[in-house]
Design a protein around this ligand. Sequence first.
Ligand SMILES: [Zn+2]
Ligand SMILES: [Zn+2]
Length: 304
Amino acid sequence: MDCCRHVNPFRACSVLRGLGYLMLAFVAAIVAVSYYAVVVYTWGPLLLGGGGAAAGAAAVLLAFHLLLAMIIWCYLMVVFTDPGAVPENWRHTSEEDDIDVNSRIISDNWDATYPASDGQSAQRYCSRCQNGKPPRCHHCSVCNRCVLKMDHHCVWVVNCVGARNYKYFLLFLVYTFIETVLDILVLLPNFIEFFRDESKRSSSPGDIAILFLAFVLNLAFALSLVCFIGMHTSLVTRNTTSIEVHEQRNSVSWKYDLGWRKNLEQVFGTKRLLWFLPLYSTEDLHNISALHGLEFPTRSDAVV
Ligand SMILES: [Zn+2]
Ligand SMILES: [Zn+2]
């Protein structure tokens, strides 16, 4: 197995970067197909009929467009918000940290996916960036820089997900999931009718193909998103990241776990109304150090 340690999977980073742009085109194509199937083909024409059907169609279309607006808003926020960079010449200040810097300067080529095996997030210096590393920070080999409270590099949003855009990423997942469920539910009657009543198959083959494609793609996305959302719900409520989960194996208790309510506030802010929008209040941005990504409150009773 020793030979495997010399293989760096991040040689493929430029491929991953390219894949990101392909994913963007894929996302746009899925949105276009769903839009055609739901708005243009099935529910839009019902608006012209009047009566109860038109009122129902108006409600469906309103919900569809509202969710789409939220998805686009959250998506743009994830893509264009810097997840958090380490300030130049950043150094640890405490004595304990200085000892760490001197004793633990190790190459972190593997950092993003293979954190320190001794169970500590203790790589305090990045030899690639030639800079200190704040707690919970990791080097992303795709972005080629250290990212504050890095969760993972996301090819879907062509950006890293870290301290400053994690909330936007989570909201993007949640709104996309609700939209896919809505699409499945509103396309389902047409789908069932198509298979039940052959006489009603008057639509063109192209329309049927798009309806079928939209239904299957939304179903596939809804199923994969439910797993992903479940995983991130567990991470947020324990105040941990996708990378740190590996580091916690040897920890007795996780020092950043402040209880689920406080953990949620560390990511979503203290203003409950703003939990559902990709925004923070000025007060939260000022008071919650975790949102800056350089310092994090810890529990006093934690044994690490
Ligand atoms: Zn780095
Ligand atoms: Zn990255």
